[in-house]
Design a protein around this ligand. Structure first.
Ligand code: SF4
Ligand code: SF4
Length: 87
């Protein structure tokens, strides 16, 4: 089983929404309640159900390289998997 998590550099984000559009799990949303220093609403991961799979589509499409993806492989019958940055 593989779970994912992303980190978004909100200050680099230009709010283009490409990542939120392509995420198959629809767990990236634009932070409408805050602005970064450039005046954009940055993207944010909102994933309370841990649906992110670490597919990295969001990171590949981001034109400003704002997204780092972490992927955790959880062995069957265990919960102490390893975590790695994939981009
Ligand atoms: S890694 Fe995949 S599932 Fe996770 S937020 Fe990015 S596009 Fe969505
Ligand atoms: S694709 Fe990159 S620049 Fe565009 S909203 Fe997502 S994180 Fe921000």
């Amino acid at each position: 089983m593989t779970r994912g998590m992303i980190s978004i550099d909100a200050e680099r984000c230009k709010g283009c929404q490409l990542c939120s559009t392509v995420c198959p799990q629809q767990v990236i949303h634009m932070a409408s309640d805050c602005l970064n220093a450039k005046g954009y609403h940055p993207a944010a991961l909102i994933d309370p159900e841990q649906l992110c799979t670490g597919c990295a589509i969001c990171a590949v499409i981001c034109p400003d390289i704002c997204i780092t993806v972490y992927r955790e492989t959880v062995p069957k019958q265990a919960h102490n998997g390893t975590q790695e940055a994939v981009r």
